[in-house]
Design a binder for this molecule. Structure first.
Ligand SMILES: Nc1ncnc2c1ncn2[C@@H]1O[C@H](COP(=O)(O)OP(=O)(O)OP(=O)(O)O)[C@@H](O)[C@H]1O
Ligand SMILES: [Mg+2]
Length: 223
């Protein structure tokens, strides 16, 4: 049986994570046995974690304290890991997560400054039994560039997106910190390139890392 492989996509607001997830889904639909793949978004995917997501991102009545925010993200992650991610990995699937604990290091650690990034890393690993992604794509972009994209988007911003430039600069520092600390699992992408260029690079990396999941060579142009 295949071993299972855990991939995360990370980076600040509007760096293009969900765009790449969408492109990958469409690509996989045409290429491979879709049952081999599970896509999750953090927090979310189960009835309970979708409710926690709403509380975290869109609850306007009573702003949570930073520590409450951290613990809600952690609570949702425990649910996601034990109910979705670990069962899928143990069935030999590739799990692809739109955000995971690096987001907590960047947002609740570096940007909110609740506790040191190292302490948050140790907390977030402990509660999920030490699960670490096998591969993390970090879509790197300056908050200034990302803000330009946001301003063009029609939908409203959630509570965290509404934070100012300084907050998002610290988020980027957080991602730079963790990608430097856990270098081996990180693949850094220049998120200012076009979606198609970025996707080509992602395909190339996947073809190298998990060729057994693909019928055809991902590096060939078929998308
Ligand atoms: N490589 C790119 N170049 C230019 N624009 C892009 C690129 N990738 C995505 N976009 C656009 O930027 C916006 C944000 O993209 P997307 O929703 O994929 O980002 P995200 O990282 O998922 O954001 P969030 O953190 O808010 O979920 C969208 O309007 C999308 O079309
Ligand atoms: Mg997104």
């Amino acid at each position: 049986m295949k071993k299972g492989f855990f991939i995360t996509l990370e980076g600040g607001e509007a760096c293009g994570k969900s765009t790449q997830v969408r492109m990958l889904k469409e690509y996989l639909d045409k290429q491979v046995n879709h049952d081999d793949f599970l896509f999750v978004r953090e927090p979310g995917g189960t009835p309970l974690t979708e409710e926690i997501r709403k509380l975290l991102l869109n609850y306007e009545i009573d702003k949570p304290l930073p520590m409450t925010e951290l613990l809600l993200f952690c609570a949702a992650r425990v649910e996601d890991v034990y109910k979705q991610i670990l069962p899928a990995l143990s069935q030999g699937k590739v799990v692809i997560a739109d955000r995971f604990y690096d987001s907590t290091i960047a947002y609740q650690g570096m940007a909110r400054g609740i506790m040191s990034s190292k302490d948050i890393l140790s907390l977030t690993k402990k509660i999920i039994g030490g699960l670490t992604p096998n591969l993390t794509f970090y879509l790197k972009i300056s908050p200034e560039e990302a803000f330009k994209r946001k301003s063009k988007m029609s939908e409203g911003m959630d509570r965290i997106e509404k934070e100012g430039l300084l907050f998002h600069q610290k988020v980027k520092e957080g991602y730079d910190f963790i990608s430097n600390l856990e270098k081996d699992r990180f693949y850094i992408l220049d998120a200012t390139k076009s979606p198609q260029e970025i996707f080509e690079e992602i395909k190339k990396v996947l073809n190298q890392k998990i060729p057994e999941y693909f019928k055809d060579d991902l590096s060939e142009e078929k998308y």
